[in-house]
Design a protein around this ligand. Structure first.
Ligand SMILES: [Zn+2]
Length: 189
């Protein structure tokens, strides 16, 4: 998936999570910004396209794992991150409640990274994301190319509209209130 598409998908995912969790506006804005930043570029799974990966971080892994859409795009890292986050949150809630209220910061990073994998699983002709930690066994739709019409429409029409709608719901009250209000407008028979 292209860069703007990744960022918009990350932001929309964080906005959805914030709306479902009922976060205050400032926290919501922070999560959306973090997810947008970590959904693309050096701070995303695409770090495998930058020198910091080629010369430093990538060297922690065997040579065959380091290619683009290799181990950095493996779903298992996200699952591990989510499990660690859940354990950290539970421990903090029990032993240091003040820290438990900050779990959303790494949570937003996780949302950005996970949305990146979703975008790459959907778009990229014959590419997908790896099933295995070593970057092998790619899965995904694999039939929609990066730069194709569907990807462009998703990036420049679907995602901006979704974000605008979500932002309207978040700023105008909770999603449920909007749905209730919409239902109230329906003609009664
Ligand atoms: Zn990628």
């Amino acid at each position: 998936m292209n860069g703007p598409g990744h960022r918009l998908l990350g932001m929309a995912s964080a906005l959805e999570l914030a709306d479902l969790a009922g976060w205050p506006l400032l926290q919501t804005a922070g999560a959306v910004a973090i997810a947008g930043i970590t959904a693309h570029g050096r701070t995303s799974p695409d770090v495998d396209q930058f020198d910091i990966w080629r010369h430093w971080l990538g060297r922690l892994f065997p040579a065959g794992w380091r290619e683009h859409r290799g181990t950095t795009h493996w779903w298992g890292w996200q699952a591990l991150g989510a499990a660690l986050l859940a354990c950290g949150w539970l421990a903090a809630r029990t032993y240091a409640p003040a820290w438990a209220s900050w779990w959303w910061l790494p949570g937003a990073v996780l949302v950005g990274w996970t949305s990146h994998l979703v975008g790459d699983a959907l778009f990229g002709l014959g590419k997908g994301i790896p099933l295995r930690a070593n970057g092998d066994g790619h899965v995904g739709l694999m039939c929609f190319k990066v730069g194709g019409r569907l990807e462009q429409a998703t990036t420049w029409v679907v995602l901006p509209l979704a974000l605008a709608f979500q932002a309207w719901l978040v700023t105008g009250g909770h999603a449920a209130d909007a749905v209730t209000a919409a239902l109230a407008l329906l003609p009664r028979t």
